[in-house]
Design a protein around this ligand. Sequence first.
Ligand code: ADP
Length: 648
Amino acid sequence: MKSRKKKHEFQTEVKQLLDLMIHALYTNKDIFLRELISNSSDALDKLRLESLTKQDLLPEGEFKIFLKVDPLKRTLSIEDNGIGMSSQEIIDNIGTIARSGTKEFLGAVKKKGKDESIDLIGQFGVGFYSCFMVAEKVEVETRRAGEESGTHWESTGDGGYLVQDMEKDAAGTRVIVHLKPEDSEAELKDYTSEETVRSIVKKYSDFVAYPIQMEVERKEKETDSEGQVKENSPEKTVIRQETLNSMKAIWMQPKDKVTDEEYKEFYKHISHDWNDPLESITAKLEGTFEAQALLFIPSKAPFDLHFQESTNRGIQLYVNRVFIMDECRDLMPEYLRFVRGVVDSDSLSLNISREMLQQNKQIKAIRKFLVKKVLDTFCEMKDKKREQYLILWQEFGSLIKQGFLNWEEKKERLLDLLLYRSSHNVEKLTSLRDYLDRSKEDQEAIYYLTGPSQEAVENSPHLEAFEEKGYEVLYWTEPVDELVAPYLGEYQGKKFQSVGKGEINLSSTKEKEKSDDQRKEETRTYGNLMECLKDHLEEEVKEVRLSNRLTASAVCLVGETNDVSPVMEDLMRRSGQPFSKTKRILELNPKHPMLEKIQGIFAQEPKSRELKAYAQLLYGQAVLSEGSQLSDPAGFSKLVAEMMTKSL
Ligand code: ADP
């Protein structure tokens, strides 16, 4: 019933990925087998679940994965009697990648060096495509469970693939890998050798829950009718089907019975990540509800971590060692969605559905327990495995911070995890506890400054008075920092305060009296000038006032305590949310010689046109010095040129 072969082009992203895959010279080529076995195991899971309600989909024999080597043809095939694919499914699943941000991701990978690009591809999880590292051609024969006929797919990995209908006895998928010639540049192991295949399966796929079988040749003596070996009979070569994997549920084993290597490989199997995990967590919930968990923290964030719909393999749920579902989101809050692993509970029903999970008391109790375990592990890493914690923070810190938006437990636990750069040492991250340990006795709050980048905040005029007082300021340069600021509350009795918002007076009570007198005097001197500047800047600012923040710079812009900051405004603008621009306050440094000079012009000629130009210059300076964008950079530059010409 074979129809004509139809040629299809791979989606551009797939072509790029294949190109990287084939040319990246990934040293560990063995993993292609792990990837194909994982796909088969997933396909078996899917069919097993589907057949719970559709009995007629059950295969004749047991669920299994079958490997076959043919040294003469140089092929290795991986077959399963799982869910299979329809012809449209194979085109969609293997011809295209439907993950948001893939294009940008691949663009970024291309620019990297070879070693780095390998790391990045691994993190992407290229699965099926990895067989092109060892294959000159790949064939797939597949039949979707419930359908009558199958599909044949083949490709040499260079641009396109051929699809054709075919007869196939039973549902499931067979991937036939035509290995590259022995003398190819790829320096392949012999993947048609029984021993090679056996050792790869043992190493990477031992815990797969279905038998991985292979036909092996054995020399055996004859047996009698009772199965006893006849000692004197000659040895004959027989073909046997042998199961290569132990299928042990690794999460049920005590920690000391499992090697690090086994944990790592299990992680890679369930997560489809090629990198080792950063940390593994075993946990047992005892009492009314029981559950056993084996969780992993990845060492690299997937490229699409911040996309809401990112393919998230999350936590797999098992009931009494039987796989129930992938991506069980109800077991982890959003901000910990990067945690991977397996949860097995005897106390749940085998028929539990996704819809039932949300309301389920046991699931809620397990989730609470898991979150506590994960946060305990983070804390432990922070205190005892600093380097690892820094990796965790770099990869997932911005997501962890989102935990404040939806906090289920005590905030202190999450506050303890926070790390920021600060004015104390821009090279190193500091915790809030260390910040407070260094803080001055008279310091009333935990000070922070938000900004678009590290450079912008480091050089911001807002810091001046704080630097002079020796108060450390945290640098909050991620959009999420500002987003969660209102939810932080207090840390060890100290409030968080932005150095860029509200009125600041850092003087002690005694100093305050003195400075109040001085301020009255300065207000008398500059009061009218400030009114005049405000009139000229009516469109831009809501107030012009004298500053307590500035010691060296002439001007800065500040917001009121509850105002939206420029970083936030920018974020809202980019996300397409409507907003009206918040006018800010222009603060002037009364001790700066520039102010005195402008006052001189004002005293002589309050209506001088020059004052308008100076007002614009002051405002422009304030915008630039906090790292924000001028709305009319060309106009500003023209004004600077004009004023320079005049004074030169
Ligand atoms: P991933 O496994 O990470 O999703 P792959 O490129 O390995 O990526 O596979 C893409 C998709 O192709 C899978 O998600 C699955 O839907 C389908 N697929 C791959 N192998 C099989 C198989 N043996 N049986 C059924 N479907 C498969």
